[in-house]
Design a protein around this ligand. Structure first.
Ligand code: NCD
Length: 314
């Protein structure tokens, strides 16, 4: 009798998760399907598995993080890995050590997975060339944040059933946002139509080449949208002045209940966090459980990271 063996798209490709841009549709769908299976486990009273027992996971965070860092930490622990999270503010980097020296030092301790967040675009790629283990990108500069886009996709699928055919608006500081870039790649790949909305100064040149429509007006950009993703003004990446004032920004680009009406009826709101209430989003709207998916995004983030750790760690 013929047996059908499940073929993994990911097992046959390199073992790093560096960006959505390097993923195939099959791989993205495999991660999402795997993540779905962890949602129930995470809601149950016993959350511990031994899939990664004996494996060592190092979380290397060179930038501050609440959600992503704790999510990777919990994900690794729930899969049974030994997890060490390093606050790089206290590392030898302060003494002049380079990223590569740090990588070589950690590599000598035989980790199985390194999760890295770094302020420089491309740092995870560089690291992946220097170590023997799996590297997972937890956000690099303004380039990519693949697990954020995957958790956003899972959150949408969980609510809407599908991404294909949806119209998704990504609004705010597109220029400095790795979340925007990863979401543009992933939502396009999964069959959504993507609008990006930003003031001219925060809209990257040539963004239309990524297969999106760009708008500088919320009313036009939100028209007919099923999902509205808001982004933080990433001041730490801004050199110079991009905006007249926060008040004026809120006036034109802050999401309020009135502006949300430009989108489809029953449109849902997302935000990767951290939120700046009263800057890019109205504070009541952010907490409105009929509209806001923010808490669900955080919840499903753990499931997505468990899936990534499981599928990429050899
Ligand atoms: C985002 C990030 O770090 O890129 N946050 C996150 O991972 N949840 C978005 C941001 O910092 O604004």
């Amino acid at each position: 009798m013929a047996t059908t063996k499940k073929v993994s798209a990911i097992k046959n490709t390199p073992k790093h998760l560096l960006g959505i841009q390097n993923l195939s549709v099959l791989e993205a769908k495999e991660i999402l399907a795997e993540a779905k299976s962890f949602i129930k486990l995470n809601r149950g009273s016993s959350k511990k598995l031994d899939i990664l027992r004996g494996k060592t996971q190092i979380n290397l965070f060179f930038e501050p993080s609440t959600r992503t860092q704790s999510s990777f930490d919990l994900a690794g622990k729930r899969l049974g890995a030994d997890v060490m999270t390093m606050n790089m503010g206290n590392s030898a980097l302060k003494k002049g050590e380079t990223l590569i020296d740090t990588a070589m030092t950690l590599n000598a301790m035989h980790p199985d997975i390194i999760v890295i967040r770094h302020q420089d675009s491309g740092a995870p790629n560089l690291l992946s060339q220097k170590v023997n283990c799996t590297v997972i990108n937890a956000g690099d500069g303004r380039r990519e944040h693949p697990t954020q886009a995957l958790l956003d996709a899972l959150t949408i699928i969980n609510r809407k059933g599908n991404i294909e055919g949806l119209k998704i608006a990504i609004c705010g500081d597109i220029l400095h946002s790795r979340v925007a870039r990863s979401n543009i790649y992933l939502m396009n790949m999964l069959g959504a139509e993507v609008n990006v909305i930003a003031p001219k100064t925060l809209m990257p040149e040539g963004i239309d080449n990524l297969g999106v429509k760009s708008f500088t007006d919320m009313k036009k950009g939100l028209d007919g949208c099923d999902i509205v993703m808001m982004l933080r003004l990433q001041n730490e990446r801004m050199q110079g002045s991009f905006l007249p004032s926060k008040r004026e920004y809120y006036e034109f680009f802050g999401l309020t209940p009135e502006k949300l009406k430009f989108a489809k009826k029953n449109a849902l709101l997302m935000h990767p966090g951290p939120m700046n209430r009263g800057v890019e989003i109205d504070t009541k709207l952010a907490d409105d459980i009929n509209v806001s998916l923010v808490k669900e995004q955080v919840e499903l983030g753990v499931a997505v990271r468990m899936a990534c750790l499981k599928l990429y760690c050899k």
